[in-house]
Design a protein around this ligand. Structure first.
Ligand code: BYC
Length: 482
């Protein structure tokens, strides 16, 4: 049996879960595999299936050295099943079963709850690959192209992670759900992906960087909450997935940083002192900062919807059951039962946004969303520091949580980015100042011309500070013609 640290890398499916000794699950996964490859070839990165890409592959779950780098054709990537090492004597950290030994199997009474969470989590992974499938065509450099594909193959691995749990612990239902995960399609009219934001388009690279900054951060928070689960295989799975998620947010945050850096440099070179002079800035072929702000407004608000309703019985039930905890549950100092506690929630009352105390158990989505907002604000501080350092008076900000919402307390409400409620007519007039307009999108689309010479970068984005895996500036991260 693998020791939980080293991965059995030789078979079709690298794993540290002893698949060789688990014939039933191995067969189920091997049966699922061809459909996955068909899906990848049909719905994965368009036009690059034969290219050799410099990718990292997980080969161990040891934090000191868990991955190796090498050139791979994406359909031949080794999508493995990796769980973080078991913690001996682990107990359930919260809810009605707090203190009991963590479950190594699914308790009958929580079966459908767990299955639903696994399916929703699993559904987001292929969805994001589908959303990003056309971006390769317009990559601003081979470095960025490689990063896109790295994110894509790892989202593919995260799908494998959920499919393993479904097939191992949910028998026939699990196999059916695993099939269905390959059938739904992002943005499809009849068979869409399950959650709203995963049906939106990712039409340009600024959207991709915003998506990986904000929406992958929802992934971080949700996986952080599921990593607390009393169902130990889910906890271990999510703990390892979080290692990869960190890189996706790095791609996003550093991507936006590079866009800002380039814009500030171009404005300085041209002697522009007012970053809101959009016409002059766009004449330089860079992304104006007001447009960066609009993209933040869009992707932040879409991502807030992924936390569900502020007040949720589902969330209360899964906490009580010991199935889904809070972000960093183990670091929170309270009783981890939440029977008496309250939590402040923003609510819409008679057309005004007010704060109310509600039972903390029912406000767990709100709490996770608050944790997300705090975490996202850290990224913004870095971007603002770059702008300030370049000598411009312009501050990016997160919009109010009531802005542009489709789920929860503020769904359908027209509020501006400061949270002031607007009447319909005022909203129509102001909307293009908050969200990317048709003109903005056309401008961005025009900028998205591919750059494929090793070491070269499109004029709207600065080169990265460091190469991947210590590689030098002119490294050919993707060999397209092979
Ligand atoms: N869109 O009590 P409620 C990631 C539904 S991202 C559509 O408010 P609950 C990644 C909900 O399903 C992380 N429907 O919410 C990032 C329910 O429907 P049913 C993904 C929505 O259940 C980048 C009803 O409304 N992982 O990994 O407490 C790239 C009432 O539900 C939405 C997870 O989300 C929506 N936005 O919370 C790649 C973790 N929101 O069942 C990957 C697993 C709510 O009554 N999921 N509804 O028909 C969950 O924990 C929860 O399902 C949610 C919703 C947080 C999503």
């Amino acid at each position: 049996m693998p020791d939980g640290l080293n991965v059995d890398y030789d078979g079709l499916i690298p794993n540290n879960v002893g698949l060789n000794d688990d014939l039933r699950v191995r067969r189920a996964l091997e049966t699922w595999h061809p459909g996955y490859i068909d899906w990848w070839k049909g719905m994965g990165p368009e036009g690059f299936q034969d290219a050799l890409v410099y990718l990292r592959t997980a080969i161990s779950v040891d934090p000191e050295g868990w991955a190796k780098f090498g050139f791979v054709r994406m359909p031949e990537y080794k999508w493995g099943i990796l769980l973080a090492p078991a913690v001996e004597g682990r107990t359930i950290p919260f809810g009605a079963h707090k203190g009991e030994p963590a479950w190594q199997d699914v308790p009958g009474e929580y079966r459908s709850m767990l299955r639903r969470l696994l399916v929703i989590q699993g559904d987001t992974e292929p969805a994001s690959v589908e959303q990003q499938r056309h971006l390769g065509r317009t990559a601003p450099s081979l470095y960025d192209l490689r990063n896109l594909f790295q994110v894509n193959v790892e989202e593919g691995r995260h799908l494998w992670a959920m499919v393993y749990l479904l097939q191992k612990y949910f028998g026939r239902d699990g196999r059916e759900e695993a099939e269905a995960l390959l059938q739904r399609r992002s943005g499809h009219q009849d068979t869409p992906r399950m959650l709203g934001a995963f049906n939106e388009a990712t039409p340009d690279w600024l959207s991709f960087f915003m998506f990986t900054t904000f929406t992958d951060r929802d992934g971080k928070m949700q996986l952080g909450a599921l990593a607390q689960s009393g169902f130990d295989p889910l906890s271990r799975t999510c703990r390892f997935m979080l290692t990869e998620e960190a890189h996706h947010m790095f791609v996003g945050e550093s991507g936006v940083s590079r866009v800002i850096e380039r814009t500030c440099q171009a404005m300085r070179d041209a002697g522009i002192t007012d970053p809101t002079d959009v016409e002059r800035v766009r004449a330089l072929g860079v992304v104006d900062l007001p447009l960066v702000q609009k993209k933040i407004n869009l992707h932040f608000s879409l991502t807030l919807d992924l936390f569900g309703n502020e007040i949720s019985t589902n969330a209360a039930n899964s906490f009580n059951a010991g199935v889904k905890g809070r972000y960093r549950e183990e670091q929170i100092e309270d009783d981890h039962l939440l029977r008496e506690a309250t939590y402040p929630v923003l609510r819409l009352r008679d057309g005004a946004i007010v704060e109310e105390q509600v039972p903390a158990l029912s406000a767990l989505n709100m709490r996770l969303r608050d944790d997300f907002v705090g975490d996202a604000a850290g990224g913004l501080r870095k971007w603002n520091a770059l702008i300030a350092r370049a000598g411009f008076e312009f501050k990016l900000a997160l919009p109010h949580v009531a802005f542009n919402r489709r789920i929860g307390e503020f769904a359908g409400l027209h509020a501006d980015i400061g949270g002031r409620v607007l009447v319909d007519a005022a909203w129509s007039g102001a909307k293009d100042g908050f969200l990317p307009s048709l003109d903005d999108n056309l401008y961005l689309t025009g900028l998205m011309q591919p750059v494929r010479e090793p070491g070269d970068y499109a004029g709207w984005i600065a080169p990265p500070k460091w190469g991947v895996d210590g590689k030098p500036g002119g490294f050919e991260y993707v060999r397209i013609e092979v």
